[in-house]
Design a protein around this ligand. Structure first.
Ligand code: TYD
Length: 214
């Protein structure tokens, strides 16, 4: 079993997932513009790691300077997510009161990245009580293309090297269907297109959420 049995679906909550360089952050920007141009629904676009205190600690660990064990990083991601979900004004509260919430990365990132870095058991246990999103958009991109896109970035993070990234896509393809088996809507977009093309595919996927049909 890849993911906890107790997993509940959190309605009105969607996540973007994909390897580094697959364009999720660019697409969050385009989605924001699209949603701003509409009068409804109210929305909250967010990301993990968060910019809260635990997220900032994670960012420094991703820079490689903190020298933390992979298991510690897995625990930090889960702690950051717990705050992101359940703090006042967090994901659960907003989705529960009828806002469309979209996060750039969520539980699947931990199952994939920390699964590769420290084995699957710990990330699975740390994340099994978190609700599943109503919808996942997977940004599918060859790792060579992703690495090419990232080569101009000034700083490399600990996961941004070819051998690791090649395994990230493969691991997503193995793990994401387990979310669909539990009732999450799963859509794969071809992330090699232009930003506008990808934005169109992302919007078509999100349009399957009841909150965007109303
Ligand atoms: P992200 O902010 O999407 O990347 P970028 O710095 O390119 O904008 O994510 C930062 C990194 O964190 C990315 O390599 C994926 C990793 N990550 C995990 O390893 N586990 C997690 O649970 C999450 C949310 C992210």
């Amino acid at each position: 079993m890849i993911y906890g049995r107790s997993m509940k679906i959190l309605r009105n909550f969607a996540v973007f997932e994909g390897c580094d360089g697959s364009g999720t952050t660019t697409q969050m920007g385009l989605l924001r513009k699209r949603l701003q141009a509409r009068s409804s629904p109210p929305f909250f676009l967010t990301s993990e790691p968060t910019d809260g205190p635990i997220g900032r600690l994670i960012r420094s660990a991703l820079g490689g300077d903190a020298g933390l064990a992979p298991e510690t990083v897995a625990r930090l991601f889960a702690a950051d997510r717990g705050e992101h979900l359940f703090a006042s004004g967090g994901i659960a509260e907003r989705a529960g009161r009828g806002e469309l919430v979209v996060s750039d990365r969520y539980v699947p990132s931990s199952l994939v990245y920390q699964g590769l870095a420290c084995g699957g058991d710990l990330p699975r246990i740390l994340n099994e009580d978190f609700p599943a999103p109503e919808l996942i958009v997977f940004f599918d991109l060859e790792s060579e293309t992703a690495l090419e896109r990232m080569k101009n970035r000034e700083k490399r993070e600990i996961y941004e090297y070819p051998e690791f990234q090649a395994r990230v896509g493969e691991s997503y393809r193995r793990i994401l269907p387990s979310f669909r088996d539990r009732g999450t809507l799963l859509f794969t977009v071809n992330a090699s297109g232009s930003p506008e093309e990808v934005a169109g595919e992302v919007w078509r996927a999100l349009s399957h959420m009841p909150i965007l049909k109303a």
